[in-house]
Design a protein around this ligand. Structure first.
Ligand SMILES: NC(=O)c1ccc[n+]([C@@H]2O[C@H](COP(=O)([O-])OP(=O)(O)OC[C@H]3O[C@@H](n4cnc5c(N)ncnc54)[C@H](O)[C@@H]3O)[C@@H](O)[C@H]2O)c1
Length: 252
């Protein structure tokens, strides 16, 4: 049995990852804003610090893996989206680095196939520079999609930038870029009369003919955390039923 930690395990994709890891016999320490071993708000630095401290206290032996899954959709204030989706991922992952090195653990970050649609390069650069106030100011007043896709681009680039040096210390960093997955996050948009038709058309356009389920992403996360994935490092894996290939066939 290994020791794993994750954020966002209460619902949706994270709940499926938690269940699949536990079914494999692993111990999983969950951080979330609700229904978790460690209840913490990753939108604020104090919550991120509490998450790291709580995990380290519960796993003095180190970590075999960490999944940064907590995230919010495009309907919150843009600066908060940046705080949760970027800093809630990067600060917690960095805080766990020594614990992951101790057991040569793996890290999976949940990005999104909307990352390549990000449009504000300055915002992404401010995120990657670690400037939370600057990134928040840059994105405030913009459409939530700009905040969301930019946060997902930034976490994917953070994984790629850091993968080589983390790998040298024994820790593999990878990201998953899910497409449309049926979870509470997307259910709220589907149920909203303003977006229902667009959501339906988007779902109908998925090449494999269906929307994703949380278990589709959990299966990839569990693979990436397994010995079978020992040579997978620094990858951003699109698990989206073919949507990214459809939208951007020549870019990869
Ligand atoms: N559902 C999709 O179509 C889709 C597509 C691409 C990427 N994603 C990403 O997958 C991840 C999981 O999303 P989901 O679809 O399962 O949604 P979800 O809403 O079911 O899950 C999100 C989880 O994050 C937690 N969370 C939210 N805000 C938090 C905060 N401030 N502090 C701590 N925890 C917090 C929630 O409580 C929940 O458990 C997110 O990062 C999301 O951006 C989802």
């Amino acid at each position: 049995m290994g020791t794993y930690a994750m954020t966002g395990g209460a619902t949706g994709i994270g709940a499926a990852i938690k269940e699949q890891l536990r079914a494999r016999g692993e111990r999983v320490i969950v951080v979330d804003i609700k229904d978790a071993d460690i209840v913490a708000d990753l939108g604020a630095k104090a919550g991120r610090d509490a998450a790291v401290a709580g995990i380290l206290e519960r796993a003095p032996e180190g970590l075999d893996g960490f999944v940064a899954c907590a995230g919010v959709g495009p309907y919150l204030p843009p600066a908060l989206i940046a705080g949760i989706n970027y800093f809630g991922v990067v600060e917690v992952t960095e805080g766990l680095r020594a614990a992951l090195e101790r057991r040569r653990g793996g890290v999976v970050v949940i990005s999104s196939n909307s990352a390549p649609m990000s449009t504000d390069a300055a915002y992404v650069d401010l995120l990657l520079a670690g400037d939370e106030a600057g990134a928040g100011a840059q994105v405030t007043g913009q459409n939530g999609q700009v905040a969301y896709s930019g946060s997902k681009m930034a976490v994917a680039r953070w994984v790629r930038r850091n993968a080589p040096k983390w790998a040298a210390a024994g820790v593999r960093l990878n990201a998953i870029a899910p497409g449309l997955i049926k979870t509470p996050l997307t259910a709220s948009a589907t149920a909203d009369a303003r977006f229902a038709d667009a959501m339906k058309a988007f779902e109908d356009s998925i090449p494999v003919g269906r929307a994703g389920q949380p278990a589709d992403i959990a299966a990839m996360a569990c693979f990436l955390l397994s010995p079978a994935a020992e040579f997978v490092c620094g990858s951003v894996l699109f698990v989206d039923g073919g949507h990214d290939a459809m939208f951007r066939p020549d870019q990869f």
